[in-house]
Design a binder for this molecule. Structure first.
Ligand code: V47
Length: 373
């Protein structure tokens, strides 16, 4: 094994644990966040990353669909959600959703990632019809639809349980759930960032129910605002504990807070150093989650590429049209072509592997794709 020099003595016992494949503790998590020895962190995270995913970097060919930005929650962290009366707010009709889903350049998209605001009038039936219409028009496309927050809101509005809501969504076409809305589980921080959203424990309960019903989901953490290092470690350990029970999380995505156009516009954006640290620490603490995604829209393609050597094994996908980060000042493009993703991955010395949403390799010919099961 390559001999590396670890400058920070606090990392030496952690290195021994990582090399032995042992679980890291809460205190280890704090030590990892508190070090500035980024190269040592990256080295350790890379060990785990290569153990789990070898030299492969996963990506997918997907399209984001955000049917409405009307939202009753008014989260301070968000620049996307608008009040219904806001002249800039939009809500697509069902026809518009179906039309837009097939719009733009097509590279045989394998996933629609569908999330939106908490709309006070759209009903669960409307969402089910939307999913049914997408399935009918695009039967091979996986529908990764609705965050835990949207599921809980639809359940509350329909006066039925979370389980029944999920069952209805599944019957209509939902194949898995994205990881958004988790923010930071700590109640104090949540009260400031997103007072009207479900609590952290409710988010975890919706995820647990989804996993029990056989749905896979992703999970996220929003960082770089008012959270402490303790809040971050606590968040990651809660995800690790739920994963121990259900095994339902596929990938973890650390999301850097973008302050522009939000009520927290005075907060500075995260730095590349912090972003890489977040990738590395999450890879080390979340030993039972297979994948760590460096979401290029949020991190920029440059940092997401370097992240492939600091613990990440996924770049997300082509995306095509992105609103949540662009409303919050993101300067990245809205989509990347498949070839551009391939170049980023190859130049990082990794082997690109196109996947479907469930991490099954996708083989492409000129005109079609086949999921290898
Ligand atoms: O839930 C909102 C966050 C999330 C801001 O599951 C913000 O594969 C930063 O969850 N600055 C949506 N973050 C994005 C998301 C996601 C992205 C890519 C892939 C997957 C997946 C999930 O973005 C929201 C919220 O946590 N967010 N506003 C903001 N101003």
């Amino acid at each position: 094994m390559m001999e590396i020099i670890i400058d920070d003595p606090r990392l030496r016992p952690i290195r021994e644990k990582v090399e032995a494949g042992e679980r890291l503790s809460y205190e280890d998590g704090l030590a990892l966040y508190r070090t500035s020895d980024l190269l040592a962190l990256g080295y350790l995270a890379n060990l785990v990353r290569e153990r789990k995913n070898g030299n492969v970097t996963w990506f997918n060919v997907n399209r984001h669909i955000n049917p409405t930005d009307v939202c009753v929650a008014s989260c301070k962290l968000c620049a996307f959600g608008k009040r219904a009366k806001d002249p800039k707010a939009y809500t697509w009709s069902l026809e518009e959703v179906w039309h837009r889903a097939g719009e733009g350049w097509s590279e045989a998209i394998t996933e629609f990632h569908i999330v939106g605001g908490l709309h006070p009038e759209l009903t669960l039936d409307w969402y089910c019809e939307m999913l049914g219409g997408l399935k009918q028009r695009f039967p091979n496309v996986h529908l990764k639809a609705f965050t835990m927050v949207e599921v809980a809101y639809l359940a509350q509005r329909s006066k039925i349980s979370i389980r029944e809501t999920l069952e209805k969504l599944m019957a209509a076409g939902t194949d898995s759930l994205p990881g958004g809305g988790a923010e930071i589980f700590n109640d104090r921080v949540r009260r400031i960032l997103c007072d009207h959203k479900i609590t952290g424990s409710q988010w975890l309960e919706v995820a647990r129910t989804a996993h029990e019903l056989g749905l896979k989901s992703n999970c996220t953490m929003l960082y770089g605002h008012i959270e402490t290092e303790e809040d971050r470690v606590d968040h990651l350990i809660k995800l690790r504990e739920l994963q121990r029970d259900t095994g339902g999380f596929q990938t973890f995505i650390p999301l850097a807070f973008h302050p522009a156009n939000t009520d927290l516009g005075h907060i500075s954006s995260t730095t590349g150093f912090q972003d890489l640290k977040m990738i590395a620490v999450s890879r080390l603490l979340l030993d039972n989650i297979d994948h760590i995604k460096a979401y290029w829209i949020m991190m920029t393609p440059r940092i997401a590429q370097i992240a492939q050597r600091f613990g990440a094994d996924d770049l997300d996908g082509t995306v095509v049209e992105e609103k949540i980060y662009h409303d919050a000042g993101a300067t990245t493009s809205q989509g990347l072509r498949r070839n551009e993703l391939l170049r980023l991955i190859r130049e990082a010395g990794r082997e690109p592997m196109e996947r479907d949403t469930l991490y099954r390799p996708v083989r492409r010919t000129e005109a079609a794709f086949t999921v290898l099961v």
